[in-house]
Design a protein around this ligand. Sequence first.
Ligand code: 13P
Length: 251
Amino acid sequence: MNRKYLIAGNWKMNKTPDEAAALIEEIKPLVKDATCSVVVGVPFVDLPAALTATKGTAIGVAAQNCYWEKSGAFTGEVSADMLRAMGVQYVILGHSERRTYFGDTDHTVQKRVRGALDAGLTVILCVGETLEQREEGITTEVVAMQTKIALGGVSAEEMSRVVIAYEPVWAIGTGRTATAQQANEVCAHIRDVLSGLYGAETADQALIQYGGSMNAGNAAELLAQPDVDGGLIGGASLKAADFATIVAAAK
Ligand code: 13P
């Protein structure tokens, strides 16, 4: 096992381009000695500013969604090829907010994953159960299904450009974090699912993050779990010092 942690901020619909550049300037000196990979996931309109501000640093830039077609009559959409052409390296796909508010399904997530990989992007694929599903005892089934459908058609080789983010919906933006044990249990289960799909070696190399109210106070314990290879951070990624504390905890 030789996995490098990935700490990614998901800024969601926050920060104008000027604000994004300013926050990255604040983050830069705080994470310059990071031993993990660091990514900021910004709104589409902030991508040029983020790419400029991170130039010459090890900080990667992620978009928060993309469409699967390369171009055409799809008003309001942005293609994976467009992102790649501007220098974006990562895209967050299948986030529960996309699934809940914007109609993403396992099958449209699968198409987005395909489009993103074909364009050369690295995908941060989000999966996770709702509170109701956890209480019904079907967490592992739900997460396995989301993972398997989203990865339909993805090869073992392409898995080096797929990161899975386990984000229990009930933990997102609620301040209610999964316990370190709960997080590890589901991340380990996702690794088992990957092992079934691609074999043990690919599964062992895959990066599986936890996301959901991860913050400066709880990150170290979550990241110390053997199957948790990083974090996808919402609220706490908008505060440079908190984000840097989480980055420092990823070692
Ligand atoms: P919070 O860290 O704000 O709970 O958000 C998590 C998340 O949705 C990251 O994608």
